[in-house]
Design a protein around this ligand. Structure first.
Ligand SMILES: Cc1cc2nc3c(=O)[nH]c(=O)nc-3n(C[C@H](O)[C@H](O)[C@H](O)COP(=O)(O)OP(=O)(O)OC[C@H]3O[C@@H](n4cnc5c(N)ncnc54)[C@H](O)[C@@H]3O)c2cc1C
Length: 370
């Protein structure tokens, strides 16, 4: 007898499953996908969309359309928690539904605990959709004045956002913004020096100011407060702090990792409930905790699809192997980037060209399902 598979979130780790919904339906199962937006945005191209290299259509995947075209059901909603005993899903709108097998690919979010009060002109780097609002607002402001931008966070998204804002200002013939990155530790501290140094030199050469070894304590609309006691007046703030998994797992009483992600075994299966699976930023892979990068979500696709089908049909599960080193490429705007894999690091235009080629090919592959 057919079973009900529910996918929570249509993120990067569900792409293969989304493309094969018709197979599951042909086998007699019912498939429902729940997500807050009819589209899924590819984060690797998000900063490039902010800078104007890509249009929103270039970087998004029509989740609802793909699900419905294959006979699945799409519900636009936010899942808040589940009850794994009664197999019930609770959504923000108040609706509930039940499942036989459930897979989470609900991503991660930027914590906003440092925001005090009004959040006017404070933007988060995730969800990627929000970068669209930021882009419009930034264009409006640079037409009026020299804009002071504060970017809170010292990782790749802070670097990519700053470089792409410079491109956006130049292409829109606005006044060049003054950009300050409040990076806490050293900018890109967890990366090898050849990568870190190239990113830092690229941004400094283009006038980006970097405040290191001091932490932001609070952010208010128009002002950033740092621990050493200084305050900085800014027009726009981007929060590019480290992301954390959705809070829905703790709210559901499920076993989680130290970061709050759904604790899964090597089959990408909940360690407590065999009919729960997950992939991407929202899981804690207990065998070998993974970096929160899209690469792992993409690598998990075939295993997750296999295991969801196997769980529906009572077949054997496959283990996930995270694989070796992955290619890192950062898009720093103005068609420049930094590329790194193992012993190879280079910057400039060739790095951007490589990223652009890989990212466009990735999107074309999945958009072709549409
Ligand atoms: C600015 C930026 C640039 C990045 N660039 C790169 C890069 O170049 N390369 C790289 O490998 N990684 C990059 N990353 C990291 C990458 O974004 C993540 O690792 C990747 O997005 C993880 O994929 P995911 O599918 O788990 O999550 P997401 O891409 O966040 O997808 C989660 C999905 O779940 C949905 N969802 C969220 N909450 C709910 C809910 N409550 N109920 C139902 N659905 C929900 C969302 O709408 C979304 O569709 C970047 C991150 C950022 C912020």
């Amino acid at each position: 007898m057919g079973k009900h598979l529910v996918l929570v979130g249509g993120g990067h780790a569900h792409m293969v499953t989304l493309s094969k919904i018709h197979e599951l339906i042909a086998a007699g199962h019912q498939v429902t996908v729940i997500g807050p937006s009819d589209h899924h945005y590819y984060s690797g191209m998000g900063p490039g969309m902010l800078g104007g290299t890509y249009t929103p259509d270039d970087i998004r995947f029509a989740t609802r359309h793909v699900v419905e075209k294959q006979g699945g059901q799409f519900l636009r909603d936010n899942v808040t928690r589940i009850d794994p005993v009664t197999r019930t899903i609770f959504a923000a709108s108040g609706q509930t539904l039940t499942y036989d097998v459930l897979s989470f690919n609900a991503g991660s979010y930027v914590p906003t605990t440092i925001v005090a009060g009004d959040d006017q002109d404070i933007f988060l780097v995730k969800p990627i959709e929000r970068l669209l609002e930021a882009k419009q607002r930034f264009i409006e402001l640079i037409a009026q004045k020299k804009v002071a931008v504060g970017i809170v966070g010292g990782g790749p998204s802070a670097a990519e956002i700053s470089g792409n804002l410079l491109q956006l200002a130049r292409e829109n013939e606005g006044r060049a913004p003054s950009i300050t990155i409040f990076s806490g530790r050293r900018l890109m501290d967890r990366f090898p020096e050849p990568v870190r140094g190239r990113v830092e030199r690229n941004l400094k050469r283009r006038g980006v100011r970097i405040i290191e070894k001091d932490y932001v304590e609070a952010v208010k609309s128009g002002r950033i407060y740092i621990r050493s006691g200084q305050t900085h007046a800014v027009d726009v703030v981007f929060l590019a702090l480290g992301v954390v998994p959705s809070a829905m797992f703790k709210a559901s009483g499920l076993p989680t990792g130290p970061d709050g992600g759904l604790r899964v075994n090597r089959f990408l299966q909940s360690t407590a409930y065999p009919n729960l699976f997950g992939g991407g930023d929202c899981i804690y892979f207990e065998d070998a905790p993974l970096d929160k990068v899209g690469v792992y979500a993409v690598r998990q696709n075939p295993v997750l699809f296999h295991n969801l089908k196997a769980a529906l049909e009572g077949n054997a599960l496959q283990p996930f192997g995270p694989g070796g080193d992955y290619l890192l490429i950062f898009n720093l705007g103005e068609r420049t980037g930094v590329l790194h894999k193992r012993w190879l690091t280079f910057g400039g235009r060739p790095a951007f060209i490589a990223k652009d080629f890989i990212d466009r090919r990735f999107m074309q592959k999945f958009q072709s399902i549409e």
